[in-house]
Design a protein around this ligand. Structure first.
Ligand code: GFB
Length: 325
């Protein structure tokens, strides 16, 4: 298994880089990856040629156009087009060129906006989506349905996972396109350095979110790929910690870790997004996997990484790589 040919799509992004890190640590020897400049995954011909020449056996499809609530709301066309194009090309090529197994990444944000909590895998498509990220959600749901359709008709082995909100090293720290956790780390850090008295937090602070450290997601993804087929897992499987907290509680936690002494100022003119999206992780737990990283420790590690590489992190130099997730 350790010399199997594994393609990690999106290896420079938050999730792809964590999967690559895990494989390197575990002694896998036959990894392939390409930057977006070397291989444009929205180009079907380029993707086909890549699969013909490289013949990957396993594919981790962690390339996607991703972003926080503001980016999703501002660039809906790019979120639906780029995700549909990337996943359609990679999933179809994986079928055509005999990939043994593929892992597709969904997200907790593609369940219905007002789904009962915690959200079970069966709740997908049971209600209206959150409007701020509906184009992204529709693309991701199409990817899940494509995996299922190919499994059913062509006998492929494509699995889809539904992670909670992911954070960790290599995240995007651009304040307009990032998710809340990297935004808070950067805002509190800069406010501390500049001796500011307050930091703006978007929304009311009341929504609840579940955060999963990216190395835990990489670990769960490899665990599922190595041990289970889509028939064992079912259509999709949730990956999370099973615990959530309010954005206000999160902001207090990040503030303390960074060591900012000022106030929080909530700006209710900014969208809150869905009120809550806690995953029901009982199915994954029954398979024997559980998240290891406590939120506070994960934020500390991410903050240390950020402070140690400041000026060179994505979103700080305008070099945001859209193929991420
Ligand atoms: O992380 P976030 O952008 O994504 O926002 P979602 C989470 C919550 O944090 C929202 C609030 O209620 C935001 O209003 N928030 C407070 C902030 N301050 C900030 C800030 O400075 N930056 C950001 N970004 N948020 C995304 C989806 O939803 O979740 C995506 O739009 C994606 O499609 C991702 O799948 C996992 O959890 O609301």
């Amino acid at each position: 298994m350790k010399n199997a040919k594994i393609y990690i799509a999106g290896h420079k992004g938050l999730i792809g880089s964590a999967i690559k890190r895990k494989f390197e640590k575990d002694g896998y020897t036959n990894l392939i990856y390409k930057t977006s400049k070397e291989l444009n995954l929205t180009n079907q011909q380029a993707v086909d040629e890549f699969f013909v020449s490289e013949k990957p056996e396993y594919v981790y499809l962690s390339a996607a156009r991703v972003g926080g609530i503001h980016a999703n709301n501002t660039y809906p066309a790019e979120f639906i087009y780029q995700n549909l194009a990337i996943q359609t090309n990679v999933i179809h090529a994986s079928y055509r060129y005999g990939v043994k197994k593929l892992l597709f990444l969904g997200s907790s944000c593609i369940y219905p906006k007002f789904a009962p909590q915690p959200m079970k895998e069966t709740y997908l498509l049971n209600g209206e989506l959150e409007p701020t990220n509906e184009p992204y959600a529709i693309a991701k749901i199409a990817g899940i349905k494509m995996c299922q359709a190919y499994n059913r008709q062509y006998g492929t082995n494509f699995i889809a996972v539904m992670p909670a909100n992911i954070y960790g090293p290599n995240d995007n720290f651009d304040l307009n396109s990032s998710h809340v956790l990297p935004a808070l780390i950067r805002k509190f850090y800069e406010a501390k350095i500049k001796n500011k008295s307050e930091v703006e937090i978007w929304g009311t602070g009341q929504p609840k979110r579940e955060f999963l450290y990216v190395d835990d997601l990489a670990d769960a993804s490899v665990f599922l790929m190595n041990n289970y087929d889509y028939k064992d897992i079912g259509a999709i499987i949730n990956i999370g910690t099973g615990e959530d907290l309010t954005i206000k509680q999160l902001a207090e936690m990040v503030k303390n870790i960074v060591g900012f002494a000022g106030r929080l100022k909530f700006n209710a003119d900014r969208s809150d997004g869905p009120p809550r999206k806690l995953l029901d992780v009982s199915r994954l737990r029954a398979l024997g996997w559980q998240a290891k990283t406590v939120l506070e420790d994960g934020i500390k590690k991410t903050y240390e990484w950020f402070a140690g590489s400041c000026g060179k992190v994505r979103g700080m130099e305008g070099e945001f790589d859209e193929r991420d997730i």
